[in-house]
Design a protein around this ligand. Structure first.
Ligand code: SF4
Ligand code: SF4
Length: 553
């Protein structure tokens, strides 16, 4: 590429959706100039997921550019094993565990949405490694993948309803916003077409959604996933099994008879080389002001079923990331045309919210959305104003919208009725009315989580193994709209929950004032942007090359 500041197609976000779009585009238009930018320092550094992958979309993407892709060395390193044992479990208290396979089978037989929660035949993978592989493939096809480029704003012409490009973040400012010797103004990358694929709750997607007037039928709901990679003994790893996935509902998030009542559950996957991934996903509509999803992870790891496999193990990597759970009703659309994007800008993957919570999966939809966007660009390169329309049609043809349709009420039903009643009710799926659920930050109450572990979670070690860092001298990327809200309203009522829920210990009280005191620890999970009970925190884009450096998450 001669000039990366002026391209035909600009893809923001080098994750599975963005890179799938780049690869699929090059398959159809080898001479087209395609650039992908990402704020992370290297491939996969900011990508974290469960992850269990339905491989059909990947196969469609890689065929024929990676001949016999499933047998390639890259596939063997990335797709760790095929799921041959699929344990969906219910934890009753801290000791008892039983499988609910029969309930899943019955739901499947009656074609109820809950029956989608099966994983047999899927691949267990590391999404950071998958991203690295896709990045390598894209580069081999001639895509310009530029890491260390953080998009800050979109140049949107509100009169013509078209985007002209993306503005990058300035670099080299000091803590007070003054230019240092290494100051570098954020460039503008001009592009005929922009694909936004920056992951969950990205600032560019939200800025574009507001500027282009897209609307959601229902508020987006989020969960936070916290995950650890634990090295265990040979005997423990062999006992767990290489093709087995565990998804566990119930304790410590909810029990059938008494609270607490939160949506979510624990996960366990084998990751090769005696490593087991252990994670906890918690819906951010939880109400407990002293709760932290890492506390639930601690309790999950203490459960007798889990403990047998990880006791004495060493945490070698960890991380946290939000998941967009709101489903089809929370996908931003153009109010006139119902397109997912507008004119020459399209929203892909988690930027749109293509996660199917009945499956607890979104990777396959992210890749499909990349392929659909590439098809739209290839079809309509000369008529950029119509690209979002072609893209939305292609998403329908690829089955993404149909699949999202099957789960469209699941999360809202659980949010409205709570997991105890909502999970059983959710089997009615699309027959239920649409609920407009309040945003996650409004659900907090001055209530205590009664299963809090006696020992405080070690966030320092968690962030150390996430290898997160930022240039210390830059302006803080987290701001409080009004500091007096913290001291006058929040501390007394809720006890400053940001200090508790931030998985990286970024927030602290300094002379009684809660503040983002340690921004260089930030994991870019965005939880504080969605869970501060007074919506008082604004997350802005930090300088590029900062943040976590995930390798096997
Ligand atoms: Fe409370 Fe939000 Fe202030 Fe933290 S930032 S103390 S959660 S109002
Ligand atoms: Fe997540 Fe916010 Fe904490 Fe950063 S500061 S790790 S975005 S909760």
């Amino acid at each position: 590429m001669q000039d990366y500041t002026n391209v035909s197609v600009l893809i923001v976000g080098a994750g599975p959706a963005g890179l799938a779009a780049a690869i699929a585009l090059k398959k159809q238009k080898p001479d087209l100039d395609v650039a992908v930018i990402d704020k992370a320092a290297g491939p996969g550094n900011h990508n974290l997921s469960g992850a269990v992958l339905e491989a059909a979309a990947l196969s469609k993407l890689l065929d024929p550019v990676v001949p016999n892709w499933a047998e390639s060395e890259d596939a063997k390193a990335v797709l760790l094993s095929k799921v041959d044992r699929d344990d969906v479990m219910f934890f009753w208290g801290s000791r008892m565990a039983f499988k609910i396979e029969a309930a899943i089978k019955m739901a499947k037989a009656f074609r109820l949405a809950f029956g989608q929660m099966t994983h047999r035949g899927d691949y267990i993978c590391s999404v950071s490694k998958l991203t690295g592989w896709l990045c390598k493939t894209a580069v081999s096809l001639g895509v310009e993948v530029l890491h260390g480029f953080a998009a800050e704003d979109i140049l949107w012409d509100a009169d013509r309803h078209i985007a002209a490009g993306v503005k990058l973040k300035d670099q080299g400012l000091d803590k007070h916003g003054q230019k240092q010797l290494n100051y570098l103004p954020g460039e503008v990358i001009r592009a005929k077409t922009i694909l936004i694929a920056e992951g969950c709750d990205g600032l560019l997607a939200e800025t574009f959604t507001a500027k282009a007037g897209l609307v959601r039928q229902s508020n987006q709901l989020y969960s936070l996933g916290v995950k650890e990679l634990i090295r265990v003994s040979d005997a423990q790893y062999a006992k767990f099994g290489s093709g087995r996935v565990v998804h566990a509902m119930g304790w410590p998030l909810w029990t059938p008879l008494v609270g607490p009542a939160m949506f979510g559950g624990g996960i366990m996957y084998p990751m090769g080389n005696n490593h087991i991934a252990v994670g906890m996903i918690v819906g951010l509509d939880y109400k407990y002001c002293d709760f932290n999803p890492q506390d639930a992870l601690t309790r999950f790891k203490e459960h007798a079923f889990v403990r047998q496999f990880i006791d004495g193990g060493t945490v070698v990597e960890a991380g946290a990331k939000m998941i967009p759970e709101g489903g089809l009703y929370a996908v931003p659309r153009c109010p006139d045309t119902q397109t997912i994007g507008r004119s020459n800008v399209m929203l892909l993957g988690d930027s749109a919210g293509f996660v199917n919570m009945c499956k607890i999966k979104g990777l396959h939809n992210a890749i499909e959305s990349g392929i659909a966007a590439a098809g739209a660009v290839a079809d309509g390169l000369d008529t950029p104003k119509g690209l979002a329309r072609i893209y939305t049609k292609r998403l329908e043809e690829a089955g993404v919208i149909k699949e999202m349709e099957t789960a469209k009420n699941f999360r809202q039903t659980v949010a409205r009725f709570g997991p105890l009643q909502g999970m059983p009710l959710s089997v009615l799926g699309g027959w239920l009315p649409t609920f407009n659920i309040e945003p996650d930050y409004q659900t907090m109450m001055p209530a205590a989580y009664r299963l809090k572990p006696p020992v405080t979670f070690d966030k320092d070690t968690f962030t150390a193994v996430a290898a997160t860092e930022h240039r210390e001298e830059q302006p803080c990327h987290l701001t409080l709209r009004d500091e007096t809200i913290c001291t006058e309203k929040c501390v007394g009522k809720f006890g400053a929950p940001c200090i508790t829920f931030c998985p990286a210990g970024v927030y602290e009280r300094i002379h009684d004032q809660p503040k983002p005191a340690n921004p260089s620890n930030c994991l870019h999970c965005k939880t504080c942007q969605r869970k501060c009970p007074f919506d008082n925190i604004r997350w802005t884009v930090p300088e590029p090359n900062g943040g976590p450096q995930y390798k096997t998450m």
